[in-house]
Design a protein around this ligand. Sequence first.
Ligand SMILES: Cc1cc2nc3c(=O)[nH]c(=O)nc-3n(C[C@H](O)[C@H](O)[C@H](O)COP(=O)(O)O)c2cc1C
Length: 415
Amino acid sequence: MKRLDDFRLRFGKREIVPLVIGGMGVDISTAELALEAARLGGIGHISDAMIKTVSDRRFDTQYVKDKLKLYKYNVANPDKSAVQFDLGRLAEATRMHVATTMAAKRGDGLIFINCMEKLTMGAPRETLRTRLTTALDAGIDGITLAAGLHLGSFALIEDHPRFRDAKLGIIVSSLRALQLFLRKSARTNRLPDFVVIEGPLAGGHLGFGLDWAQYDLATIVAEIRTWLAAEKLDIPLIPAGGIFTGSDAVAFMEAGAAAVQVATRFTVVRECGLPAKVQQEYFKATERDIEVNTISPTGYPMRMLRNSPAIGSGIRPNCEAYGYLLDANGNCTYVAAYNREVAAHPGVRKVAVRDKTCLCTHMRNFDLWTCGHLTYKLKDTTVRHADGSYEILSAEHVFHDYQFSTDNKIQLPTV
Ligand SMILES: Cc1cc2nc3c(=O)[nH]c(=O)nc-3n(C[C@H](O)[C@H](O)[C@H](O)COP(=O)(O)O)c2cc1C
């Protein structure tokens, strides 16, 4: 019976343990978590979602306060088109987060940054270019393009000196999305170094509609593999979504995957950014407590715990401080939904908004509990204390469980 450790992901001469901890914004996949993955020989992700906020938390900077001060005059204005990101400050925050993380890296693994195209930040091209370019400048090992088709993302950085040496990959959920990306990027004469294939059981935003349950990760992986072989394209494939045990991972490796990407099992480790109280909510969840809904203003369905405080909350949009989801015209569907409710309920101090949520504020405050479908199994990965609480794990424990376990077994922690 094989173990995940019997396989290696090969990047040139480098051999990596084929386990990738996926990006989890906002600062759920912390630098500490990514550094552990790299120390243990695998791949970890930091995320560039709301990076100025993350920088304030990590380095005591004041980016959010300063931006809010600059736009304070606009707070009560339903029109948010005035709010812009200062690209110099965005670059500064990115540089600090990435360079500090890379300087702390130990071990043979790699650290990538997860870059979401849907964080349009009032100026989609310019802000994305700044984020990608600065991450490369600051020495990131690789970039995973996420939440979007990224049809122009390679072109944005094709003149960067590291364009051909950094590991660049994309997340897709269908063969069609991959074909589109390859077609649009062909001009840059560079294939992605890896493709993460994210299935319908993943956490965060989904590349499926509300009919997600009709899709199956193994089928999509097989379809993409067959097409790449027919096209004579050799790109490492990294399935993700619902890979819960070492044996699940081995099954994908035996079907030709180069590595697997996982996240949910790492939401309940000490190095993860979720507050301990929220981690207990993840442990407690049953299958019925998990839903896929359309409250994210990105337009993508998102999976989360039903009892997330973000659901139904009608807080005032916080774009002057954050504003990461404002499109090129300064619109966000939450802002529109909030303005609609305020207009419909004159004189009401606190409206409820059911169809959308202020993703920036709630992700920043860890009030939107996004999770993978198999979160309800997390309680089986640890021990329960006499007071009913669950033991938080270490990243090393979970990583090694994936790496060395067989027979679908899960190693419980010793306490
Ligand atoms: C809490 C959480 C947050 C996530 N946030 C992001 C994100 O910001 N960007 C992204 O590309 N994927 C995100 N994901 C998806 C993961 O990176 C990963 O691909 C997927 O969840 C793997 O499936 P699993 O959770 O069943 O192991 C998130 C997943 C979780 C559980």
